[in-house]
Design a protein around this ligand. Structure first.
Ligand SMILES: Nc1nc2c(c(=O)[nH]1)N[C@H]1C(S)=C(S)[C@@H](COP(=O)(O)O)O[C@H]1N2
Ligand SMILES: [Mo]
Length: 405
């Protein structure tokens, strides 16, 4: 590795390897002539299989803390690893650092005084309109849940695959308070042919993108007592960038289908014509996953010193039974200590004391095992990846890379 790769730069108080910054610069130039080659050479640097850290510059959206700017329009900001866990005895990501992912170029700022949720559709018995106060009065369910985008880790994959090049911060965890979807369905009443529930965001000021609609098979939200329209996040108003004033949360499932800025719930016998993916959402359950949060990538650790490694682990709600770490790229594994559970959909914080047997670049991997016997894979399944499995790169193990000096 060249000397520039060894230099550590300070950004927002966080040490980031220069090589990682170069990778970030390359990624941001979407379609630029030298984009692929610049990122490619960094990904291949030395024995590093992936560039460390959040290689994007830290930028604060209004009302948010400094986060990794994967892309600005649409706003895509990843949670810095050391901000995933809010604080001691509080596993949830602070609202200021919860990741931001939009597919629309602009975000609609809905006026809370005029806000209305319309519930209706061809297979609803009635049509009802609820104000924000109405929803807040019905918001009796609180549930912790991991929000994870299918883009997690995509930018670390080699060879590069299309899509937003997220590194490791395309996920967060929060405690949501809201109204049960099943209660809203009871209130509006259903016709016999009701089969799908579609959640629509307000019209965004985009010339190219349609409104964001997501269609669920009705039973999947009706029979899930934790599927809610949330009005609070960690006990506060939901930040604009995370869906203020109302967003869908379906714990245990991938977050891309959790419509933000929800203004319509439509019940019909058919999927909504504007469903983002063009087809109804399948069960969509989160895979078993773990990652290291601190120390962050690029941290210099004095040789001979023990450090505490902290991380998170979760699955779709069956529970985490074991997390292990490896310091030899997955040949051998040692168990870590799990903190207590805060709820079946809340990630489990874990920690381990480790030392390093050598100096220089040191990689640490983590892997989780769930109560239903699933083990986080070392690498994405190549077959599923080849068949267009968009989530394959998201749930594999990711190395934290340190420099022992
Ligand atoms: N209205 C709207 N809702 C949306 C999206 C969007 O582009 N518009 N993106 C989805 C995607 S892809 C993800 S991963 C999550 C991200 O939620 P967050 O920004 O609160 O982290 O929101 C989902 N809900
Ligand atoms: Mo996403």
């Amino acid at each position: 590795m060249s000397s520039v790769n060894r230099r550590r730069l300070l950004i927002g108080g966080i040490a980031v390897p220069a090589a990682a910054l170069m990778a970030g610069g390359g990624y941001r130039l979407f379609g630029g002539a030298d984009t692929a080659s610049a990122a490619d050479s960094v990904l291949r640097a030395g024995d590093l299989k992936m560039p460390p850290g959040t290689p994007f510059r830290l930028v604060a959206l209004s009302g948010k803390g400094p986060m990794g700017q994967t892309y600005d329009r649409p706003p895509n900001y990843e949670t810095p690893a050391e901000r995933l866990i809010g604080r001691e005895n509080y596993p949830y990501t602070d609202n200021d650092y919860y990741y931001v992912r939009y597919r629309e170029a602009t975000v609609l700022q809905l006026n809370p005084d005029n806000y209305r949720l319309t519930i209706g559709g061809a297979s609803a018995a009635n049509e009802i309109t609820l104000s924000l106060d109405d929803l807040q009065a019905r918001a009796t369910t609180t549930v912790g849940a991991v929000g994870m985008c299918s883009g997690e880790g995509r930018g670390l994959h080699h060879p590069m695959i299309p899509g937003m090049p997220w590194t490791k911060g395309d996920l967060s965890c929060a405690e949501w308070t809201g109204v049960r979807i099943s209660d809203l369905l009871k209130e509006v009443g259903l016709k016999d042919d009701a089969k799908y529930a579609s959640f629509g965001a307000g019209r965004q000021l985009s010339l190219t993108k349609p409104e964001y609609w997501r269609t669920y098979p009705l039973a999947s939200v009706q029979q899930n007592p934790d599927a809610i329209l949330a009005v609070k996040m960690n006990g506060e108003d939901i930040p604009l960038w995370n869906g203020y004033p109302v967003r869908l949360v379906v714990p245990g499932t991938w977050a891309p289908t959790w419509t933000k800025q929800v203004v319509s719930l439509e019940i019909a016998a058919t999927p909504h014509p504007m469903e983002w993916s063009g087809r109804p959402i399948t069960p969509n359950k989160l895979s078993v996953f773990s990652m290291i949060s601190t120390p962050t990538d690029g941290t210099r650790i004095p040789f001979g010193r023990k450090v505490e490694i902290t991380g998170v682990a979760f699955d779709d709600g069956s529970g985490i039974t074991k997390v292990e770490i490896s310091q030899d790229d997955g040949r051998t594994w040692q168990p870590v200590t799990l903190d207590r559970s805060y709820g079946k959909y809340t990630w489990r914080v874990w920690r381990a004391q480790i030392g390093f047997s050598g100096r220089g670049e040191q990689r640490v991997l983590s892997r989780a095992t769930s109560a239903d016997g699933k083990v986080q894979p070392l690498e994405p399944d190549p077959e599923k990846l080849a068949n267009g499995g968009r989530k394959e790169t998201a749930s594999r193990t990711f190395a934290a890379v340190y420099e022992v000096v």
